[in-house]
Ligand binder design. Sequence first.
Ligand code: HEC
Ligand code: HEC
Length: 240
Amino acid sequence: MVKSAKSILLNAYLTIQYLLMTRPIFIFCLSLLPSLTFAFDYENGEEINEVCAGCHGEFGQGGKEGEYPRLAGMPSEFLAKQLHLFRDRQRPNIAMVEYVDDRQMPDQDIQDISIFLEQITLKTKLPPVDETAPDFNAYERLLESKQLMQIPRAPGDIEKGRKIYRKECASCHGRDGMGDMKKAVPMLAGQYTNYLWRQVKKYREKIRIHDDEAPDEELLLDFSDEELTDIFAYLSIVDD
Ligand code: HEC
Ligand code: HEC
């Protein structure tokens, strides 16, 4: 009897010692939790994409001449940031409101659809094909052409545009407008010119914030419509 009381005490003592010893490790593990991202679930991304495809296209290629932007190949962090902004009603998007509320778009879903879309690479040209060949498949060819990233040539002075672009935009959006994966800066090349103009308007009116590090200074206010026309002319030929 006495012995077991002793051993209970000893056990309690050892347990307390153990907790004290491991507590810092336990707290350290807890502190890691918020920074841990969920594992990427491809199938979940694919399933969500069926909803998005109604507007943005099956391959995230966008549509209706830029009413719906291209999402394929965009940095996933940029896509996720936009989805969070839509969800938190900080970036207006009436078309998408019903798809991005908290209940329908938990963080895990935002991450899965963003990585799914980042991983889609669109071709810029179709391989040559003999349309008179007996095995030519018109339907397959049509499907293939839907996966193209090919922006129609926009009006403006390409050479002037290239110069302004390289000097003023390339440091963030990449040398040829292909974006920056690490810094989550979107691609501008391959994006519909109409869509880019709509965003210029939003940035100028401060409905969207262009540069989080300088939220009050909208850098597009420093450029005339003519300069932007030339920049967008240049960007429209990168995929040629
Ligand atoms: C009913 C049509 C519709 C559906 C469905 C839809 N979107 Fe959109 N989405 C839009 C429109 C319109 C815009 C452009 C808004 C603007 O002009 O600012 C947009 C913009 C975006 C943008 C911003 C892209 C950029 O380059 O700034 C992202 C990201 C996006 N959608 C992701 C999604 C995802 C992911 C889904 C599926 C869960 C989805 N959308 C479903 C209509 C739709
Ligand atoms: C300091 C870095 C930086 C510079 C310089 C910069 N951008 Fe951006 N740009 C960004 C970032 C970051 C975003 C995404 C911001 C957001 O979340 O809305 C962006 C977004 C855009 C978008 C919207 C794209 C989309 O898919 O929604 C357009 C259009 C754009 N920039 C045009 C330009 C042009 C044109 C120039 C040069 C005159 C330029 N930017 C210079 C960082 C920059």
